[in-house]
Ligand binder design. Structure first.
Ligand SMILES: [Fe+2]
Length: 216
């Protein structure tokens, strides 16, 4: 019997290619272990660093003098430094884009029979940790007095509204390859900012930019 090509094409769209089936299988095999990795290695929110650890404490009597010191040193750093820092901050603040993208990767499932699968829980916990990065950078840049915050806020809103397409579709392997290079690039950028900040005397900024890409 001659196959009905139209039906075949329509049905084949619903079935991933063989190699993609293998990728799904690998993701679902690893999924069984993800919860135990989260339990064993994730540092709880009360123990991991929080943005407040690197910022002047607004409840302290020394808050104003600490902010004044930051503002004085910040004046000596060039525009290129602040532009880089704003770029790093805006990239961190587009976190809603990254969470919605990761939730859509094959093998990540937040609507399973038992609710979230391990990968979906990992994505949520990663997002919760990651949220500290844009938060701490935003507050520090705000206190520095060197940046037009309203323009930055408009850029961030545009960035999140536009979304992004990194060309990996929902393929977990391609997404892992992408994130491996992207995390390295983030590390290099934050690390270079950290070195310049340390040299200038912005110790807390140096520390936060050093610790941020270290996944802790
Ligand atoms: Fe980050």
């Amino acid at each position: 019997m001659k196959p009905n090509l139209n039906v075949y094409l329509r049905v084949s769209n619903f079935h991933p290619m063989p190699e993609k089936n293998l990728r799904t299988e690998v993701m679902l095999t690893l999924e069984k272990k993800v919860q135990s990795y989260l339990d064993d290695y994730l540092i709880p929110p009360e123990k991991i660093w929080q943005p407040s650890d690197y910022l002047p404490n607004p409840q302290s009597d020394t808050f104003m003098s600490e902010v004044e010191e930051i503002r004085e040193i910040a004046k000596d750093l060039g525009d290129d430094f602040w532009i880089t820092l704003v770029g790093d901050m805006v990239t961190e603040e587009a976190l809603p884009t990254y969470e919605s993208w990761l939730m859509d990767v094959v093998g990540v499932d937040q609507h399973g029979q038992e609710g979230d699968n391990g990968w979906a829980r990992w994505v949520r916990m990663w997002t919760a940790e990651e949220n500290r990065h844009g938060d701490v950078l935003n507050k520090y840049i705000y206190l520095s007095g060197r940046v037009n915050m309203k323009e930055v806020e408009i850029s961030t809103q545009h960035l999140i509204a536009d979304g992004f397409d990194i060309g990996t579709a929902r393929d977990p392997y391609r997404n892992f390859v992408y994130t491996s290079f992207q995390e390295l690039a983030t590390y290099v950028s934050h690390n270079n900012v950290s070195k310049i900040a340390r040299k200038a005397g912005l110790k807390e900024l140096a520390k936060m930019c050093k610790i941020m890409p270290e996944m802790k």
